[in-house]
Design a protein around this ligand. Structure first.
Ligand code: ACO
Length: 700
């Protein structure tokens, strides 16, 4: 396949469907190419024209007779296949298909799109789109779009699934002075998709941050790998719209019911190290901050303000957002005590108070940024009659320059009075907002990136080599041979045993004598349950007996369970009666797995037991690449963790054992892609070890 550098930085571009008629897309693309300052060759293609925009025009791309890196297709969809064939014959490397009328219009369009992809594959060409605005690289420079204007030069790579959104953002960015390195409209993603463009932007030396607007992800694993690779150098921020239905589809299991419609993307983004923006505003505010400010080394924020109220709002936002209010060093406090008036608050937030002139900001900012206990600073301002707002802005820029290793954000809360200061800060790359929460939210994003990056670079997939894969394979084969997709409880318990997931001993008894034998082997008391995939509510029909402590009780239970079940469900296929060791009560948690069509198996952990669906307390991670650290982290994200740690003086549970059990479930699901759902609910957690009670495994 071609190197995509020649897509973003081509030496020659053909515009197919180039036109001399103003208002046509082929007219705009040629003019944009010329006005972008593109240094390579531009070949307009039009069967009727000899010259377009002062350039020699060719009837077809084949007639050029020179190598063509990129062809921009601006002809109607019905002409697209013959144009693509021509491109292939002419040795074109990439086609940007602006043309609409493909997958997005239905079945016929979908077929046409597939034919287009087939032609491209035949010739080893790569396709952008179809149905796109085009591509811009401001540093090349290169503008193969029909946008009104070229993007400003900058360091944000914007990759968008929506072309219309590209146009809107481009226009907005011109007004707001936001610059881009690359601007990519992906359209229908028939060939190249987000993974490819993340790879490209991740390697682009002019790109400092990658912004994504996504409606879906095409290749889950490639997307994750591309993002994980890119974030070694630049942050990746995504705004994901649309709701995935995978959660709802899988709701037949407890784990499925715990997963919301957005769980897969949330989990995958976390695993990939992709920051999630919840609004367009946040996407670009954060992107802007990443291009101008350093990444904070930790969570400790200092606030400098001349208004107590604004300071409190900022402190609340810091604490709610998972950051920390910095505790200043003694040196800082001594310095502030000396330089500030006695009414000023010299602890965090530093309140330079209402009568402050800009010089108090200078002192406070320098003190905060010099403190080793501070990782980032938020400066707040209320425009009092005595404050020189412009000079505060200058002081902020100076302080930011003097301490280039710590990010500074600002919120000037006001109207006309603060305008000039705001503009000055914008111009000098200090993220500036109207309100404290917005400023803090940007610091949260910057800090989250640091911790995401750290968690990704820390650890390998947790692999266990003491598992019995062969036996699990045999069990699955025999389940399939029996025409089932759901494992019987004793089978599921054996699978767990093979992967050393501690399960309550369980055997399938087909006779009274067997039941007695198994109960004696595992030791009293035991529980007995009817074993039939056709009987759902076992307790209701008298198919479950608990607390059985003697041979006689076991015999009696075997017979009555069989009788009750046959009576209640005469058609049901009955395999016998499960004898399970009755385990002492522990804290109830759930470990499970559901599969997402795009991102594969996701393991879950949370509060378990009969109230599982009511509690809705679960955390998810992708099974693929699952590290020990990720599992430890996912446990701490649940309410169950509070109980496991030892709630109200109770002895703490064996958390390392739970961590390991989740790791082993992850490996089981990676090893056997045919497992479509897995639920272990409840798992009894004890101060020493755990016991998996009810294990459900469903095969696809
Ligand atoms: N080779 C070269 N030139 C050709 C060929 C060919 N095989 N066939 C036609 N042409 C010429 C035409 O003669 C015409 O040139 P002219 O102006 O000199 O006559 C030019 O190519 C364009 O062809 P038209 O038939 O005039 O097509 P038109 O410009 O009306 O439409 C277009 C083409 C724009 C590609 C249209 O089919 C289309 O898809 N429009 C939607 C585009 C779109 O919205 N894309 C998504 C963008 S993202 C977003 O949402 C904003």
């Amino acid at each position: 396949m071609n190197d995509l550098t020649s897509l973003m930085r081509p030496k020659s571009v053909a515009v197919i469907g180039a036109s001399n008629t103003p208002g046509k897309i082929g007219y705009a693309v040629v003019r944009n190419m010329i006005s972008s300052g593109f240094k390579g060759s531009i070949y307009p293609i039009n069967p009727k024209e000899t010259e377009i925009a002062g350039l020699k025009a060719y009837p077809t791309v084949v007639d050029i007779g020179e190598p063509v890196d990129v062809a921009v297709m601006c002809v109607p969809a019905k002409a697209s296949l013959s144009v693509a064939e021509d491109c292939g014959k002419a040795g074109v490397k990439h086609i940007i298909v602006i043309t609409a009328g493909f997958k997005e219009v239905g079945k016929e369009g979908r077929e046409l799109e597939q034919q287009l992809v087939d032609i491209a594959k035949k010739y080893g060409m790569r396709i952008v789109g179809p149905n796109v605005l085009g591509i811009i690289d401001t540093h090349a420079p290169f503008n193969a779009t029909f946008a009104r204007e070229m993007a400003l030069k900058g360091n944000i790579a914007f990759i968008s699934q929506s072309g219309a959104l590209c146009i809107a953002i481009l226009d907005w960015s011109l007004k707001n002075g936001l610059g881009f390195s690359q601007f990519v409209s992906m359209g229908n993603k028939a060939d190249l998709n987000e993974a490819d463009f993340i790879e490209v932007a991740g390697k682009d030396p002019e790109t400092k941050v990658i912004c994504l607007y996504l409606e879906d992800v095409v290749e889950g694993e490639r997307f994750i790998n591309a993002a994980r690779e890119a974030i070694k150098r630049v942050p990746v921020i995504a705004l994901k719209s649309g709701v995935s239905s995978s959660g709802a589809k899988a709701a037949s299991s407890h784990t499925g019911a715990l997963a919301g419609s957005d769980t897969a993307y949330k989990t995958a983004f976390k695993h990939a190290g992709v920051l999630r923006a919840s609004t367009m505003t946040q996407l670009f505010e954060l992107a802007n901050a990443f291009t101008t400010q350093p990444i904070p080394k930790g969570k400790r924020v200092a606030v400098v303000t001349n208004a107590g109220g604004l300071g409190i709002v900022a402190i609340d936002a810091i604490e709610l957002g998972g950051l920390e209010v910095a505790r200043f060093s003694e040196d800082t406090i001594a310095l502030l005590r000396e330089k500030m008036p006695s009414m000023a608050n010299i602890y965090n937030p530093i309140d330079v108070i209402g009568d402050a002139h800009y010089d108090r900001y200078e002192v406070a900012l320098d003190a905060a940024l010099s403190d080793p206990n501070v990782d980032s600073v938020a400066v707040l301002l209320s425009p009092t009659a005595v404050l020189e707002v412009d000079k505060v802005a200058e002081a902020i820029v100076e302080a930011n320059k003097k301490h280039p290793d710590k990010p500074v954000v600002a919120a000037f809360t006001g109207g006309f009075t603060v305008e000039a200061g705001v503009e000055y800060l914008k111009k000098h790359g200090v993220p500036i907002f109207s309100f404290p929460e917005e400023a803090v939210s940007t610091l949260i994003g910057l800090t989250q990136f640091a911790s995401l990056n750290e968690s990704i670079s820390d650890g390998q997939e947790w692999v266990f080599d003491d598992v019995n894969k062969q036996r699990v394979k045999e069990i699955f084969e025999s389940v399939r041979k029996d025409g089932r997709d759901l494992l019987l409880s004793p089978e599921a318990a054996e699978v767990a045993e093979c992967y050393k997931i501690p399960a309550a001993p369980s055997r399938l008894a087909t006779s009274e004598a067997e039941a007695v034998k198994y109960a004696a082997e595992m030791g009293f008391p035991v529980v007995m349950k009817i074993c039939s995939p056709d009987i759902m509510h076992k307790t209701d029909i008298g198919g479950v007996k608990v607390g059985l402590s003697s041979d006689d009780e076991v015999k009696e239970a075997f017979n009555s369970i069989m009788l009750n079940s046959k009576k209640a469900a005469p058609e049901a296929k009955i395999y016998g009666v499960e004898v399970q060791k009755m385990m002492p009560q522990g804290d109830e948690v759930i470990i499970g797995m559901i599969k997402d069509a795009t991102f594969g198996p996701m393991v879950a952990f949370g509060s378990g037991g009969v109230l599982v669906n009511l509690l809705q307390d679960a955390s998810f991670r992708l099974a693929s690449g699952l590290t020990r650290r990720e599992i430890e982290e996912m446990i701490t994200e649940t309410k169950a963790y509070t109980i496991l740690k030892g709630f109200r003086g109770a002895e703490p549970d064996d958390i390392p054992a739970i961590v390991e059990a989740i790791g082993r479930v992850g490996q089981l699901c990676r090893d056997f892609s045919e497992i479509s759902e897995l639920d272990i609910n409840p798992v009894f957690a004890y101060p020493d070890g755990l016991s998996a009670l009810d294990i459900k495994i469903k095969l696809s």
